[in-house]
Write a protein that binds this ligand. Structure first.
Ligand code: C2E
Ligand code: CA
Ligand code: CA
Ligand code: CA
Length: 280
């Protein structure tokens, strides 16, 4: 039994050592990727539930770096957040996205929005709203075409500084979305402190629709009806089936996003999709 205990201990220390090694590797590759332009953007359409027309494009970060490509943003973004590299990434994404938005305005008369993810780290970065403002000017962007997404969990403790950063961003004329809503513990009456326009309902709530459990259905119903009372638009993430789509439309969810409607697209595929939609 003693040796089994020791094996178990060795097993866990090995696991921890592997995880630390992987994190350091990811950190190195992020720095390298920033230097060598190994990042690019993909675009995921967000649809109006009324017309099923594309209303916005969520910008998603990708990398050609083999390790970063393998682990994906779900893993490398948190590593970047724990090392400070995230500030460079966020600004890189905002700049590339605004450059692209300007280009789409000119070339295909794109008039909808871009939704860009910002890390919760920026909520403590007073420079961030200034930098975003400069980039909006540099690329001649109408701020009405810009939406920034920030995760709900980053706002669960009331914090004056974060609210100030959000207010300064709002003052630029853009809109704000609370991402992954429902995974934190924000009470609806807390929401009035945050200058947000949209709630993006986490895809776990949409996935839960597949089960028979009525509780899951009523959660979505409550979020959507409370949102309209508070004057917030709702976006459902992770729509993967026709049944989910039908139900969300019936509930009056404003916007829909998910693999059933479209996966994240590279620019060439996006342009093809936008061209085919404008012909309809
Ligand atoms: P998120 O902001 O919640 O983005 C949605 C993620 O869910 C995307 O994964 C998207 O591909 C995936 N998704 C959307 N619809 C469906 C669906 O119907 N089914 C399934 N199974 N998945 C769906 P992705 O691109 O891997 O991004 C993961 C996370 O990484 C994002 O979560 C976001 O938190 C972060 N991230 C991505 N790009 C950026 C970025 O440019 N900057 C920052 N700061 N974070 C980013
Ligand atoms: Ca998002
Ligand atoms: Ca989300
Ligand atoms: Ca997420």
């Amino acid at each position: 039994a003693k040796s089994a205990g020791r094996n178990c201990y060795q097993f866990f220390t090995q696991k921890i050592a592997d995880a630390m090694k992987e994190k350091l590797d990811i950190q190195d590759q992020i720095a390298k990727a920033l230097e060598n332009q190994e990042f690019y953007l993909m675009f995921m359409p967000i649809y109006s539930s009324q017309t099923l027309a594309i209303e916005s494009l969520e910008v998603l970060l990708r990398s050609t770096n083999p390790l970063l490509n393998k682990v994906g943003p779900e893993k490398f973004i948190p590593v970047a957040e724990s090392t400070g590299l995230i500030k460079k990434i966020d600004l890189w994404v905002v700049e590339q996205a605004l450059k692209k938005l300007h280009e789409f305005n000119q070339t295909i008369n794109y008039q909808n929005t871009f939704s860009i993810n910002m890390s919760s780290v920026e909520l403590h970065n007073k420079e961030f709203p200034l930098k975003v403002g400069e980039l909006i000017q540099k690329y001649h962007i109408n701020p009405k075409q810009l939406d920034l997404e920030v995760t709900e969990t980053s706002l669960t403790t009331y914090d004056k500084n974060s609210i100030q950063v959000l207010n300064e961003l709002k003052a630029l004329g853009l809109s704000l979305s609370l991402d992954d809503f429902g995974t934190g513990y924000t009470a609806f009456n807390q929401l009035i402190h945050y200058p947000v326009d949209h709630l993006k309902i986490d895809r776990s709530f949409v996935a839960a629709l597949n089960t028979e459990d009525e509780k899951n259905h009523s959660m979505l119903e409550i979020i959507i009806s409370m949102s309209s009372i508070y004057g917030l638009k709702t976006v459902a993430e992770g729509v993967e089936t026709q049944q989910q789509l039908d139900y969300l439309i019936e509930l009056g969810c404003d916007y829909l996003q998910g693999y059933y409607l479209s996966k994240p697209l590279i620019e060439a595929d996006l342009l093809q999709l936008l061209a085919s939609q404008s012909k309809q």
